[in-house]
Each structure stands twice: as C-alpha cells, then as structure tokens.
Design a protein around this ligand. Structure first.
Ligand SMILES: Cc1cc2nc3c(=O)[nH]c(=O)nc-3n(C[C@H](O)[C@H](O)[C@H](O)COP(=O)(O)O)c2cc1C
Length: 211
C-alpha cells in the first residue's frame, strides 16, 4: 500500500471546541464531515488521548469552527500542537459560546456549527463521534483553509488562492442532497414548482441559494 496516496484526500481545517465543568478547551481537527442533510448530521474523528476528545465524550456536545485561509499559523499551532492539560488555549483568543456553552471563534473563521453527539464508535486509537447539528451560522467571508493549504503555508510556500471575495456575484443554487449545482439557462426562481434535481430527482425546495 502506498500510504502517500492518502495525502491526495481533501480536508478542511477546524477547531473542535468544548466547555465541560468550567474547563474550556479545543483542538485542531481535519476530520469534520457532513454525513446527511435531513436531518443534518456530521461525523468527527478524534484521538482518544486528546483532552478535547475526553471532554466531548463526557459532555456529549461540541462546536466546530471552520477556519478561513487568513487564520494565523500560530493559532493552528497553539490549538493543534499543545494540550489544554498544560495551558489555557482560549485565553487571549476572541470567542463566543453556543447554546451548550461550548466556545467557538468568530475571527479567522467562515462559520461555526454546534453539535450534539448522538453516538460514539470506538475505532481503536480514535473515537468516531456521530453528531446532530443543532446550530450553524456563518461568521465570515472568504476561502476556507484546507489541510493542504496548512501544509503548504507551514513549509513556507504560498497558496495561490486569495481571501478576496469571488468577483462573480451571481447566486448559485446547490442541491443539499446530492450537491448538484444548478447551471441551467432559466433563472432558478422561474423554474416550475414541479421541477426536480436532474441528478437525484429531489424537489426544488431542497436547493439552497449561495451568494
Ligand atoms: C493540521 C492538524 C490536524 C489535526 N487533526 C486532528 C483530528 O482530526 N483529530 C484529532 O483528534 N486530532 C487532530 N489533530 C491533533 C490535535 O489538534 C492535537 O493533538 C492537540 O494538541 C490536542 O489538544 P488537547 O489535548 O488540548 O485536546 C490535528 C492537528 C493538526 C496540527
């Protein structure tokens, strides 16, 4: 097996945040993935030995802050390479808390999600948390930081993307079930009510507008 093939997988970069018994902590993860859209569920894979993992397992909830490309490397290194057992990672970091009192970042992020853990799978070195998304809001605009961007920035390279707004201000309509992006001639709003997604056949109502 060529394990370097796995480097071709694309991931985002996130901070998983939690507050349990007055201890606020968080760590960098790249394993937050949307699993289903109705209801909205996500899976998160986390090392058992991380303090954040242990607090999440006790509390049964967490936040996910979606990092943007302008997130300073020192934030990633502080949340990703130190343990909250030896420091207070949120000290001096602007943050808010969700309805479960779990912390999330507004600056240097694109969005946050608030997750309630519905089941935990023991997969050896890690737990796989299956979660219901109970809150989700955008916190900023720009490009997301990917794991590949982080690796490039860390090794002193520049990334070709910029954090500028895309010049195209057209609204895009995306099927929340199969992720098909509408590209027809007729404006989406003028499509008949019985129009369905050409890929998964779901109704017009499952499409979301993104501008
Ligand atoms: C780029 C990057 C990606 C990471 N991805 C994950 C991940 O998906 N799951 C995980 O458990 N830890 C991941 N880590 C490691 C944790 O962030 C790290 O072990 C952290 O120090 C744990 O802190 P804690 O003990 O305060 O929870 C990642 C770290 C980095 C730098």
């Amino acid at each position: 097996m060529d394990k370097t093939s796995l480097f071709t997988l694309t991931y985002g970069l996130f901070i998983a945040g939690v507050e349990e018994n007055d201890k606020m902590n968080g760590c960098i993860i790249n394993t937050a993935v949307q699993s289903t859209s109705d209801p909205v569920q996500m899976s998160v894979t986390m090392m058992k030995e991380n303090l954040t993992t242990q607090l999440i397992k006790k509390k049964g909830s967490m936040t996910i802050s979606v990092l943007s490309l302008d997130c300073p490397l020192d934030i990633i290194q502080s949340f990703g390479m130190k343990s909250g057992r030896n420091c207070s990672k949120f000290e001096g970091i602007e943050h808010k808390v969700d309805g479960n009192s779990n912390p999330y970042l507004e600056k240097n992020t694109l969005a946050y999600m608030s997750l309630n853990v519905s089941s935990v799978l023991d997969i050896g070195s890690h737990y796989l948390f299956i979660c219901d998304v109970v809150e989700a809001e955008k916190t900023g605009k720009g490009q997301p930081m990917t794991y590949a961007d982080y690796r490039a920035l860390k090794s002193g390279k520049t990334v070709s993307k910029t954090n500028d707004e895309p010049s195209n201000d057209k609204t895009t309509y995306i099927c929340t079930v199969c992720h098909y992006v509408y590209d027809g001639e007729i404006p989406f709003d003028e499509l008949p009510d019985d129009w369905t997604c050409p890929v998964c056949n779901k109704p017009k109502s499952v499409f979301l507008a993104e501008s």
